[in-house]
Design a protein around this ligand. Structure first.
Ligand SMILES: [Mn+2]
Length: 313
């Protein structure tokens, strides 16, 4: 059932205990929205746990409360609601089986599968954290340095530090208001952008695989299984590709298994959410992804073919 922002706030306020979760392979928005909402709900006296069925990326260790995030154990979890943030139900791993509470889904992905018991979806928002900010206002919770740091992080990372086309005046007003709590954006971005030496070396290796296709309108990094295995992270790699002059669609393809490749896409004109959806994935018009259950070279051929057929004029 689709519900309004107010109904979402009412449900959260009426609950006593909540379990919050977000997608596997979590990013700044997934974790920022879990922690931001957790801090606000705790201020209202709620019992809140955050369960993420994955390892947390090191670059998010700057976030207050990151140590309170739990990995689901082999048990079942009780709560008044399971709140799924920044994803559809099928992207949260084993949490969905381990907690049978009514599903309250809060998301900004246009491609949300709408299978939750209650869904608040606003695809105009740059980040789920932008919705969490609105929920804070709706619930009348005052932002403090902890909730503001978490929410700001999601706003900043999902909007490319307020540079991508999803950035709106509302996004910037939200960020400005959060800044009033005393958070320091330069400290947050510095912490998030800090990389270990071997990560930068890995990026150098990955960048050597760069290829141009479709008369320079498509560019990609194509990481075979061996190279993918040797890398700790590929966070931010695609940004090195999307800046190339004349490139509309940037791709990062990683062979995460011998027979499965994960594809991320960014675009300037082409609707990559549509391309991702046609391959069983999802996302946003300008940033989307999917998994192709095929070996590296076949997956590469397939994705390039689909993209070249879908390029915007
Ligand atoms: Mn997001």
């Amino acid at each position: 059932m689709i519900i309004s922002l107010k109904e979402t706030a009412d449900k959260l306020m009426a609950a006593n205990s909540l379990i919050l979760t977000a997608h596997v392979n979590p990013d700044g928005d997934a974790i920022g929205s879990c922690l931001g909402l957790k801090f606000m709900l705790e201020k209202l006296g709620k019992k809140v746990r955050v369960l993420i069925d994955d390892d947390l990326p090191k670059f998010l260790s700057v976030l207050p409360g990151i140590d309170t995030i739990e990995k689901p154990e082999n048990e079942s979890y009780e709560a008044d609601y399971l709140v799924i943030l920044d994803a559809s139900l099928d992207r949260v791993g084993s949490v969905i089986e381990k907690c049978k509470a009514p599903r309250l889904n809060i998301d900004h992905h246009r491609t949300n599968d709408k299978k939750a018991d209650f869904l608040y979806l606003d695809a105009k928002r740059a980040a789920t954290c932008e919705i969490i900010y609105e929920l804070g206002k709706e619930m009348g919770v005052e932002f403090d340095i902890n909730s503001a740091t978490s929410i700001y992080t999601g706003l900043a990372t999902d909007s490319g530090y307020f540079r991508y086309s999803n950035t709106t005046p509302h996004t910037m007003r939200a960020a400005a208001e959060l800044m009033e709590t005393g958070i320091r954006p330069e400290k947050i971005s510095e912490a998030i952008e800090t990389k270990d030496f071997d990560v930068v070396q890995g990026m150098a290796k990955a960048l050597q695989t760069i290829e141009l296709h479709a008369d320079g309108r498509v560019a990609g990094l194509f990481l075979d299984h061996e190279l993918t295995e040797s890398l700790d992270t590929t966070e931010g790699f695609i940004d090195q590709v999307r800046v190339i002059d004349g490139v509309d669609v940037a791709i990062l393809l990683k062979a995460v298994e011998p027979e499965a490749c994960r594809v991320s896409m960014r675009s300037k004109k082409t609707d990559v959410a549509k391309i991702a959806e046609s391959l069983g994935g999802g996302g946003h018009i300008r940033a989307a992804g999917c998994t192709i259950e095929k070996p590296f070279s076949q997956a590469k051929t397939d994705i390039l073919k689909v993209i070249e057929e879908s390029l915007a004029e």
